[in-house]
Design a protein around this ligand. Structure first.
Ligand SMILES: *[C@@H]1O[C@H](CO)[C@@H](O)[C@H](O)[C@H]1NC(C)=O
Ligand SMILES: *[C@@H]1O[C@H](CO)[C@@H](O)[C@H](O)[C@H]1NC(C)=O
Ligand SMILES: *[C@@H]1O[C@H](CO)[C@@H](O)[C@H](O)[C@H]1NC(C)=O
Ligand SMILES: *[C@@H]1O[C@H](CO)[C@@H](O)[C@H](O)[C@H]1NC(C)=O
Length: 359
């Protein structure tokens, strides 16, 4: 009896394992297949000068926050606006905001994440607006939710601010980052397109760390390795996607890690940061290599069962040491080598999002 029971359990486990393996293979094949659309890896390429760029003027876009409006805050050089991403084995389709609005008619699109998501959200609103400058729009902001609606098309683009994706809650008067809890996800259901991003806040310490403890299951910790914490939090997000997303309705994207340029040694100019950089790095590889957080993203995405398209923007963004606000954000005393000027690099991220949708 006991032996038969054990045998059954073993066979069941074996079966489940092979099923899990099959799913894993299917998903990685799906991801790879998408990345190689029409035989083209959109994320492998180089930056080329193109005089027809940028796609809009910052003063003509009603949706840019001051912190990204480098022109308004006196950035004197213009060349950084003139680079276009050229994949090695194809051309990016020309961004057509009217076509996108038509494809998205009646739909809801949501960015979820930190201020890098805000950067991409504003960029998308601006490049679409540049295609249909007389379209009726409305803007709303409430708590962690902002939106821009293109009313003639019934298209709403949302931004849900939640820098860790997982929750921060108050326990006995202390702020606790809960690696296994993602209550905010309630607000992400019902979307037709979801574009997630997280990382920048995970390494924050001291005054810029918005929590006192980390909770992982029943364990409560004063701190832990931040990459390990990121992997645990992102795994909670992955489970949320597997449980809550219906792929027939909702397309899910994950934005790769957006790099910073505070350390010139990463591009072999140890005395520099992003300030005063006027040009991208040439070629297709970054001397500093991939950030460790990118490996965490790849690992978690490879285990997720539902289709998630990785907007693999890390390397192409690493090449753009020239594209940050530096001292030309709204706070001249800070040197911002983390966000990106608008117009600028996030417009390319959105062109890639567009390519992933239409190609
Ligand atoms: C994997 O893909 C094959 C062929 O596309 C399909 O028949 C099979 O059901 C899939 N397996 C899983 C576990 O999704
Ligand atoms: C510059 O970009 C425009 C718009 O995407 C494109 O039509 C044109 O071919 C590009 N020019 C060059 C020289 O690549
Ligand atoms: C904007 O809305 C007004 C009033 O509903 C309408 O007359 C106009 O045609 C709309 N504009 C566009 C570009 O659709
Ligand atoms: C709050 O109090 C409960 C009950 O004493 C305890 O289990 C929990 O770990 C405490 N949380 C924090 C963050 O101190």
């Amino acid at each position: 009896m006991g032996f038969v029971y054990l045998l059954c359990v073993c066979l069941l486990l074996l079966f489940q394992q092979s099923l899990a393996g099959q799913q894993y293979n299917n998903v990685s094949r799906a991801l790879k297949g998408k990345k190689q659309l029409s035989g083209c890896n959109l994320f492998q390429g180089k930056w080329v000068f193109n005089a027809s760029y940028p796609l809009y003027d910052s003063s003509a876009c009603p949706f840019i926050a001051d912190e990204f409006d480098c022109k308004k805050y006196g950035r004197p050089d213009k060349q950084y606006l003139k680079y276009a991403w050229k994949p090695d084995s194809c051309d990016l389709p020309r961004f057509d905001g009217r076509r996108l609005l038509t494809l998205w008619r009646g739909k809801k699109i949501m960015f979820v994440g930190d201020s890098v998501s805000l950067n991409m959200f504003e960029s998308l609103s601006c490049i679409i607006h540049a295609s249909v400058p007389s379209a009726n729009t409305s803007v709303a902001t409430r708590d962690s939710l902002s939106s821009v609606s293109f009313k003639d098309y019934g298209v709403s683009i949302f931004l849900y601010r939640t820098p860790y994706l997982v929750d921060i809650v108050t326990e006995n008067g202390s702020r606790v980052l809960r690696l296994n809890s993602i209550e905010a996800g309630k607000s992400w259901k019902d979307m037709d397109v979801l574009i997630f991003n997280s990382w920048h806040w995970w390494p924050h310490t001291g005054k810029s760390q918005p929590w006192d403890y980390i909770r992982d299951g029943s364990g409560l910790y004063k701190d832990m390795d931040r990459l390990v914490a990121f992997q645990k939090g992102l795994t909670t997000w992955a489970k949320w996607v597997d449980l809550n997303v219906d792929p027939a309705k909702t397309k899910v994207f994950f934005q790769g890690i957006s790099p910073t340029h505070y350390q010139g040694k990463d591009w072999n100019q140890p005395k520099k940061s992003c300030g005063g950089e006027l040009q991208p790095l040439s070629g297709s590889t970054y001397p500093g290599g991939a950030p460790p957080a990118a490996a965490v993203v790849n690992r978690v995405l490879s285990l997720i069962k539902k289709p998630v398209y990785l907007l693999d923007i890390t390397t192409l963004s690493q090449l753009r040491k020239d594209a940050h606000p530096s001292t030309y954000g709204n706070d001249p005393s800070s040197n911002d080598c983390s966000h990106w000027c608008l117009p600028g690099l996030p417009d390319t991220w959105n062109q890639l999002l567009y390519a992933a949708i239409v190609m």
